[in-house]
Design a protein around this ligand. Structure first.
Ligand code: COA
Length: 310
């Protein structure tokens, strides 16, 4: 690893102001605050207003990340937007964000890998930067999950929230050096979590729950082997925030101490591709540590990454 490695030099997150507590669902569904909290670890989530789209939230996070990185939008070479809730089928959400980033003329594209989208995007950014094709990449994860949820489906509507996160990635520098990214997909499970045309989200909760634990364990073991790491070498494992019980199951199987697993699930719920950059923003930056990140989602996609904090 050297100064040629792609590095996240700044990140930012945005959560819409409207807080929705579990008690909201008690008013019209056969559910309870205690059922939701005990099964998922979620207490509340943020919902965007009707006229706010994924691109609006992504744009706010992107501008903040660029400001932190002291990068002018003109300097961005490529915009990647991970989302499963695009504003509309065409043009891409990435194109819409580019049009609102003053002075930015970068090519832009969406990445559709559901809740693994941010790590899938990170792998694309790493490859482009380390090949020398681009110097500065803006990676955004933004989701308006409320647009794809059936408010009457108690098994899905309670699980998700709206929000956005963004990262600026460059060669070298201080921040989070991206040492390795691994990607995976089991297409046989494509029907377990899907949004058929014209319909709202459909999910086979138990199948997703079981597979997320199995793949999460596999990815962590694989990354530890590839990077020759023991659990003691890892400062944080940044899990995609889907369900506290998925994280706890993986922690138990791999003997991961609680202090290595920061969470936002209690107040964000599952924000899909935005969840990892939002989580990243919630922890202090500590230099000279190894971090790991693990994500899984519809597809069934899964991904992992190892970083060095510099
Ligand atoms: N309130 C009360 N009861 C609910 C409920 C809710 N919000 N949602 C589902 N139930 C009911 C089910 O209808 C079922 O009732 P039944 O026994 O009468 O059929 C019962 O609770 C048990 O359902 P089950 O699916 O076994 O519950 P669970 O312990 O697996 O928890 C999930 C359900 C959805 C919380 C859990 O499966 C889960 O989190 N799965 C992963 C989902 C996920 O993370 N998706 C995104 C991946 S990125």
């Amino acid at each position: 690893m050297d100064s040629k490695s792609a590095t996240i030099i700044a990140s930012a997150a945005y959560l819409p102001p409207k807080r929705v507590e579990n008690s909201h669902f008690e008013t019209y569904l056969n559910t309870s605050d205690s059922w939701i909290y005990e099964r998922t670890g979620i207490k509340e989530r943020r919902w965007a207003e009707n006229d706010v789209k994924a691109s609006d939230m992504g744009l706010i996070a992107a501008k903040e990340a660029l400001k932190k990185a002291q990068i002018d939008p003109k300097e961005v070479d490529l915009i990647l937007v991970a989302t499963m809730t695009p504003d509309q089928p065409l043009p891409s959400t990435a194109a819409i964000i580019q049009s609102k980033l003053e002075g930015c003329r970068a090519p832009a594209m969406d990445i559709s890998a559901a809740c693994s989208g941010y790590l899938y995007g990170l792998s694309v950014a790493k490859a482009f930067i380390e090949s020398g094709m681009y110097a500065t990449i803006l990676l955004i994860g933004c989701e308006k999950m409320t647009q794809v949820l059936d408010p009457e489906d108690r098994s899905t509507v309670i699980l998700f929230g709206d929000g956005a996160g963004a990262s600026v990635i460059k060669k070298g520098g201080s921040g989070l050096r991206i040492d390795r990214v691994v990607l995976g997909l089991d297409g046989n499970l494509a029907g377990s979590l899907c949004i058929p045309n014209g319909k709202k989200m459909q999910m086979s909760g138990q199948e997703i729950f079981k597979t997320a634990i199995q793949k999460g364990v596999e990815i962590i073991e694989l990354l530890m082997e590839q990077e020759m790491l023991s659990m003691n070498d890892i400062r944080y494992i940044l899990f995609h925030q889907a369900n506290i019980r998925i994280m706890q199951n993986i922690q138990k199987r791999l003997l991961i101490p609680e202090e290595k697993v920061p969470t936002t699930i209690g107040y964000t719920a599952n924000t899909s591709a935005a969840s990892i950059p939002i989580l990243l923003q919630s922890i202090p930056h500590e230099k000279n540590h190894r971090y790991m990140s693990v994500a899984f989602g519809a597809g069934f996609t899964y991904a992992g990454a190892v970083f060095t904090s510099l």
